[in-house]
Design a protein around this ligand. Structure first.
Ligand code: PBG
Length: 335
């Protein structure tokens, strides 16, 4: 006679492997580590206290001084890389994004100061014109107000080169122009920057989840929705993402990215199975803001949803994750 009055006769009881923390640890298939994370950081010119980004709690626009401090903290916590995004004063923006390659662009000083304070930290820079254009688009507009591919690619080559010259380890074109990876690779090589890597934002979707980022870098207007569907991908498409990855691979990308991450786990999985290149996923500003907002309302448990959101991206197949949570989750992760 069994101890329980009712006992099913089951050969396999899945719960046996879940019974204790130790057993769960033995059967765990996916582990997120600090070494997987990239911390995106915003930088602005000027002194004073770093200013908070309203729609992204705990995120600030750094000054050069606070940026160096933050980078030391990240290195101490075992985070291997940062992605730098400049927030440019409106008075410096124009239709051509001229300030992008100006020698007084705060981005270049930021790269130099991070590399001197923390030489081991991988510095990834964004190759796109949107922080510098008054219209907020990633490229140059033609007569019809559309982003012109080929003249934009030419401008991006110079932007990538000036970033490499300032000391960027990885340049990351996020603009979605055709042919930019090849053009940037050739331009960098021609100038002797053969060791600078290219991380291609290969499958970047035209997403509503970028809203808070545009607030952080003050690109575009909160009210007039910036329409980037003429160059960023249609959220409906999967095969197209593989074609983008294929082309960026052929053009010489060292790594490829899927962005956003959480709502696009199927794309991460598909790209993972398709390419041999390292795969990055970007948990974007809106994914971050969503968790904060719901937790603030008391509707979600902050730590649990944050950790789960990152684990899911790793499980889908990402080798590295760009996330605004990087610094704060580091201490709870293995090295
Ligand atoms: C633009 C760029 C964007 C992000 C990174 N680079 C926004 C956009 O395409 O409008 C978004 C990142 C985020 O939302 O966290 N080059």
């Amino acid at each position: 006679m069994s101890a329980n009055p009712i006992e099913l006769s089951l050969l396999r009881r899945m719960r046996r492997n879940r019974a204790t923390a130790s057993l769960r640890s033995l059967v765990r298939e996916t582990t997120l580590t600090r070494g997987d994370l990239v911390q995106p950081l915003f930088i602005r010119a000027g002194e004073g206290e770093p200013d908070p980004v309203e729609s992204m709690p705990r995120v600030v626009r750094h000054t050069l001084r606070s940026l160096a401090e933050e980078c030391r903290l990240l290195v101490g916590r075992g985070i291997p890389a940062i992605a730098l995004f400049p927030s440019i004063d409106g008075s410096k923006k124009d239709a051509l994004g001229t300030h992008a390659t100006a020698s007084d662009n705060i981005l270049f000083e930021a790269i130099r100061s991070v590399k001197s304070a923390c030489p081991s930290l991988v510095v990834i820079t964004d190759v796109a014109l949107d922080p510098y254009t008054d219209h907020g688009h990633d490229g140059l507009l033609n007569g019809r107000g559309e982003v012109d591919n080929d003249s934009t690619v030419e401008a991006l080559q110079r932007l990538a080169l000036t970033q490499a010259q300032a000391g960027a380890d990885v340049v990351a074109p996020s603009d979605m122009m055709d042919g930019r990876v090849k053009a940037i690779r050739e331009f960098l090589d021609g100038e002797g920057y053969v060791e600078t890597s290219i991380l291609a934002y290969a499958a970047k979707y035209a997403s509503g989840y970028y809203g808070p980022f545009r607030d952080a870098v003050k690109s575009g207007s909160k009210h007039a929705r910036l329409d980037k569907r003429g160059y960023q991908m249609d959220p409906s498409n999967v095969r197209e993402a593989l074609l983008e990855v294929k082309l960026d691979e052929e053009e010489g990308a060292d790594m490829v990215m899927v962005k956003p991450a959480g709502p696009y786990l199927d794309i991460i999985r598909a790209v993972r199975e398709y390419t041999l290149l390292p795969l990055a996923a970007y948990q974007v500003s809106g994914e971050y803001a969503q968790i904060h907002a719901a937790a603030r309302l008391g509707w979600l448990d902050y730590d649990a949803t944050r950790d789960e959101s990152l684990l899911a991206i790793k499980r889908a197949g990402a080798d590295m994750i760009f996330t605004y949570f990087a610094a704060e989750v580091a201490d709870s992760l293995t090295r």
